[in-house]
Design a protein around this ligand. Sequence first.
Ligand SMILES: Nc1ncnc2c1ncn2[C@@H]1O[C@H](COP(=O)(O)OP(=O)(O)OP(=O)(O)O)[C@@H](O)[C@H]1O
Ligand SMILES: [Mg+2]
Length: 267
Amino acid sequence: MTEPVLEMDAITVRFGGVVALSDVSLDVRPREVLGVIGPNGAGKTTLFNVACGFVTPTQGRLTFEGADVTGWGPSSLVERGVARSLQGLGLFDRLSVLDNVLVGADVHSRAGFFSSLLALPRGARDEQALVERSMDVLERLGIRDRAASVVGGLPYPLRKRVALARALVAEPRLLLLDEPASGLSEGEMSELGDIIRDLAGDVCVMLVEHHMDLVMRVCDRLTVLDFGRTIATGTPEEVRDDPDVLEAYLGGAVDDGPAQTTGGHGA
Ligand SMILES: Nc1ncnc2c1ncn2[C@@H]1O[C@H](COP(=O)(O)OP(=O)(O)OP(=O)(O)O)[C@@H](O)[C@H]1O
Ligand SMILES: [Mg+2]
């Protein structure tokens, strides 16, 4: 049995009177893509924010590679091996693609990872290694030929790849993606799916996403949230046929009983 990379154990998050997450547990296993889906207001972004350290759970425990990291902030988690690509891309528009990616690589150099591992002095050789690693990541994402381009002049889908490259260059063991397909065409989404599948050989991924077709194609397992609770977990096939999931997505159109009124949707 392999140990999960990330575990959430009975996570509850309250914002004042709003219960955004209630007793949610999940795990992300090595080389796996775990999808998190659910209707508007279900708690997906809150869950994502707990995983990257932006939100501290009111109750429950977050474990990364066996260590209790509950309450750790984003920068500590990044140094530990958790990378994220946010909806707002947070790129430096006036810098080149390569320089933007190097900002992500700096996580290791600050932590002394390369210098200590290779006994290198800080300086030219260190820098060269980071550039090479950054170029490798750009290659893998199909944008190596754009390394020298200024980010602000690139079309949105390419900017998204730069943001992803920046997250990956730190060689994370867990990659967190919040709505990576937003604003992409069908074709671009399909390419993104291929990229995520390719990455999953090296890094496990938690994918928070609205687009069902992408999620169904890319994820090994899914967790479905509704009103801050887990209503289903399983393979895409299992989840797709789950009556609770159908009801959540159809807004109570399935004919047994009224929809829940615990608040949240449309808030
Ligand atoms: N900072 C906050 N303060 C107060 N309430 C919040 C806060 N963040 C989220 N909420 C509430 O928590 C619930 C879950 O929100 P969340 O953004 O996690 O849902 P979501 O599944 O990401 O929704 P969407 O599909 O619209 O992105 C909602 O009722 C939302 O209004
Ligand atoms: Mg959201």
